[in-house]
Design a protein around this ligand. Structure first.
Ligand SMILES: NC(=O)c1ccc[n+]([C@@H]2O[C@H](COP(=O)([O-])OP(=O)(O)OC[C@H]3O[C@@H](n4cnc5c(N)ncnc54)[C@H](OP(=O)(O)O)[C@@H]3O)[C@@H](O)[C@H]2O)c1
Length: 112
């Protein structure tokens, strides 16, 4: 399933609805580093959907199920470049910062 496609979460939700899931590993991602202006805008957009929006959707959907279940875990991958900007990885830094902020806040605000 391509997590960079709009609407994937509805399909994933349908396909996993009957499963009792206690641990979610939201790990899909890709680098696609390069000079910002030289990379195709559609590639930036698809990578943003994959590396940020997909994790937002997964965290929201499965987070609600885990909270209802009252136990479980959700693992997200981080990346050191979020703290240290490096040339040609501006979008990677931006995506990771959003994703990390969401993961940290999710841990603090959910009552698992
Ligand atoms: N390797 C590093 O140096 C490094 C550093 C920092 C952070 N990370 C992050 O850590 C995570 C894992 O990295 P890795 O090195 O293990 O990379 P990897 O071996 O290339 O694994 C990436 C995973 O993401 C999946 N994926 C990629 N695009 C997808 C899409 N559009 N839809 C659904 N699944 C997709 C791949 O699925 P398929 O196998 O089906 O293609 C694969 O399972 C990623 O989020 C990456 O950004 C990696």
């Amino acid at each position: 399933m391509d997590l960079s496609q709009e609407g994937f979460i509805e399909r994933l939700s349908r396909d996993t609805n009957d499963l009792d899931i206690g641990l979610v590993v939201s790990n899909a991602g890709t680098g696609n580093s390069g000079e910002f202006l030289k990379l195709d805008r559609r590639l930036h957009q698809a990578t943003l959907r994959l590396s940020a929006m997909a994790h937002l959707n997964i965290t929201h959907h499965f987070g609600a199920k885990l909270a209802e279940r009252r136990r479980g875990g959700l693992i997200r991958w981080g990346q050191w470049v979020r703290e240290n900007g490096v040339p040609c990885m501006q979008m990677t830094v931006a995506r990771r910062r959003m994703s990390t902020a969401l993961a940290r806040r999710f841990t603090l605000s959910s009552n698992l």
